[in-house]
Design a binder for this molecule. Structure first.
Ligand code: HEM
Length: 292
């Protein structure tokens, strides 16, 4: 079975994230079966949340609850959701109409909770102006980091995704002198070079994937977002399990050494959810791991 192709493809020009909760006392099987047929995993990537798995009365090994963290300078919320759809495209009108069609067909079982419009900024920049995704694994390494392999026929080809909506305080970030901004990220904005003597709090020092034991590689597919009031990043990391993401997040909040990631000086997550992204077979989602 294959991974949903949209996971491995480059980030699209535009996207819309849809989040759903489960309606009370409803069996989501029919809605999921029609979603599976309508979804190719390419223009729409689908992730299924824990409550949906519970409602089907099955167990999905590896799917757990997003860990909350609280510290003096950080608050990481855990906000479980039942279903996540990442609509990928390049036309905002078309994305809106696809969203409406999905929301309508899912409506008997799933209530639409949120839609987030996302976009690419320049050549894949975060709204701070720093390139995001430089150290992403590519090719076979991306596949190895992001795709389940060796867990059996109905799980192989699936992926686990961590999704967090972050709100940036761009005024605070832009008020920092350029060198301070570079030290927050740990790379130079001017040429994207890594800064060897950046402080321990620098984001890329916290998260350097090859420094973890075991190494903690994830496939990031984050995108900037904005609405009428706020702007930031929808952080999206696919993994063959949640272990690598959890190790990185723990270091960011200072669990190991008390050092907090400098990112928290200007941005904060307002959501945090885990989903299981089923594999695809013959051009549709394969939900056999859910007994469907
Ligand atoms: C608002 C939130 C975030 C922003 C703006 C952000 C931005 C960046 C930037 C600019 C880079 C450097 C270029 C690159 O390699 O991509 C980076 C690297 C990275 N980030 Fe983030 N990031 C955010 C949140 C997170 C979170 C929550 C995690 C995981 C828990 C994470 C994991 C990573 C990893 C693994 C790297 C590559 C490190 C390496 O191996 O060199 N990021 N991020």
């Amino acid at each position: 079975m294959d991974v949903q192709p949209g996971i491995l493809r480059p980030v699209p020009r535009l996207a819309r994230y849809l989040l759903f909760s489960l309606r009370p006392s409803v069996n989501p099987a029919d809605a999921l079966n029609s979603l599976a047929t309508a979804t190719d995993g390419d223009t729409t990537v689908v992730g299924i949340g824990g409550s949906t798995v519970h409602a089907l009365g099955v167990d999905l090994p590896g799917l757990r609850v997003f860990p909350a963290h609280v510290g003096a300078a950080v608050a990481i919320p855990s906000t479980p959701q039942a279903l996540w759809c990442w609509l990928r495209g390049d036309d905002r009108g078309e994305l809106l109409h696809r969203s409406r069609a999905l929301q309508n067909s899912l409506s008997p079982a799933f209530r639409s909770e949120k839609a987030i419009d996302a976009f690419q900024y320049g050549p894949g920049l975060d709204l701070t102006g720093y390139e995001d995704g430089t150290e992403n694994p590519e090719g076979e390494k991306a596949q190895e980091a992001a795709v389940v392999n060796g867990l059996g026929p109905s799980l192989d080809g699936s992926s686990f995704v961590a999704v967090q909506q972050w709100i940036h305080d761009l005024d605070t970030f832009q008020a920092m002198p350029p060198q301070q901004q570079d030290h927050v990220i740990g790379r130079r904005k001017s040429d994207n070079e890594e800064i060897d003597d950046a402080p321990d709090s620098a984001h890329v020092k916290r998260t350097a994937q090859e420094t973890f034991r075991p190494e903690a590689f994830v496939l990031r597919r984050s995108m900037p977002w904005a609405d009428e009031l706020n702007a930031g990043l929808v952080f999206v990391a696919f993994g063959r399990s949640f272990d690598a993401f959890e190790a990185q997040l723990a270091r960011m909040v200072g669990v190991e050494d008390g050092v907090t990631d400098a990112l928290f000086r200007f941005t904060r997550p307002v959501s945090g959810s885990y989903f299981w992204c089923p594999p695809v077979a013959r051009g549709k989602l394969d939900l056999s791991a859910l007994g469907l």
